[in-house]
Design a protein around this ligand. Structure first.
Ligand SMILES: [Cu+2]
Length: 284
């Protein structure tokens, strides 16, 4: 299942099929009213998101609860130039092999398995956003083309958070590597992620099987690979633009972990892990 979830990320951009109209939830606007610091919760299923249609601008903690049978994440993108969710669908139909240039990658909680949840915190300015799941199914069709798109309006109002969370560790994203500021210890952590690369990057945190590397995990999704990936995704932050930062929270148990980026390189088309964007660490 997980294997199929990530297998086609290398060719993700080639796999956007024509999107049926009406996939994007056009339901009533519902404002999220969360107490101080409480996350805005979205539920992921096979294949769709449910959650609020409208939230206040500002520092926002977003949680994805995976109630599906497959791995899911939330890639939050901002629609620029006054574009709408319908424009997004039309652009993908017209040019199925790439995402439109007028979107901005603004993070979101990264992949978790069924029954698990992940949390990320981002600065959200006013505007129109989409929640997307870029993870492909067994046939290589991204979940977003199967219905995992949700419109989100970010408007003025009182944000749930007023100051950034305190992060003990920063993971810097570069072309093509992860640079942690210090070792990650056992227990719960809030981790700051900043992209100092020249293109969007993500960080997927992996709980690795004994003896496995993050590169081994990535290799399980390359064409022709067989067998399940040696580990599982336990969150992180999905694609972030150059210069942007976000936070995620995760609880680390003693053991072996990895970091990996599946974002495709615009020149080679290969996922960044094939350019070396993986690393491992041991939590004592
Ligand atoms: Cu990357």
């Amino acid at each position: 299942m997980l294997r199929s979830s990530f297998r086609s990320v290398p060719v993700l951009c080639a796999l956007f099929l024509g999107l049926p109209t009406g996939l994007i939830d056009g339901g009533r606007a519902v404002a999220a009213s969360s107490p101080d610091g409480a996350p805005v919760v979205f539920t992921a299923r096979d294949f769709g998101f449910t959650g609020p249609d409208r939230i206040p601008a500002g520092l926002t903690t977003m949680q994805v609860v995976n109630k599906g049978q497959d791995a899911h994440h939330v890639q939050l993108v901002k629609l620029l130039q006054g574009k709408t969710a319908k424009d997004f669908q039309a652009a993908l139909k017209a040019e199925p092999d790439r995402l439109p240039r007028w979107i901005k990658y603004v993070g979101g909680p990264n992949a978790v398995l069924p029954g698990a949840e992940a949390t990320a915190t981002m600065h959200l300015t006013e505007g129109d956003y989409l929640l997307l799941c870029l993870i492909p199914d067994k046939q290589g069709v991204p979940h977003m083309a199967l219905g995992m798109q949700k419109a989100l309006s970010v408007t003025g109002g009182k944000p749930a958070l007023v100051s950034e969370p305190k992060a003990g560790v920063t993971i810097t994203l570069a072309d093509y590597r992860f640079v942690p500021s210090q070792p990650i210890t056992a227990g719960p952590h809030t981790i700051r992620v900043v992209n100092h690369g020249t293109q969007p990057h993500e960080v997927v945190v992996l709980k690795l099987d004994p003896g496995a590397s993050a590169r081994d995990f990535g290799a399980a999704f390359e064409p022709g690979a067989s067998g399940p990936p040696p580990g599982k995704p336990v969150g992180g932050v999905v694609g972030l633009e150059t210069g942007e930062h976000a936070f995620f929270t995760a609880r680390f148990e003693p053991g072996r972990y990895g970091l990996i980026c599946f974002f495709p390189d615009p020149v080679t088309g290969k996922p960044h892990f094939m350019h070396g964007m993986t690393s491992e660490f041991t939590v004592q």
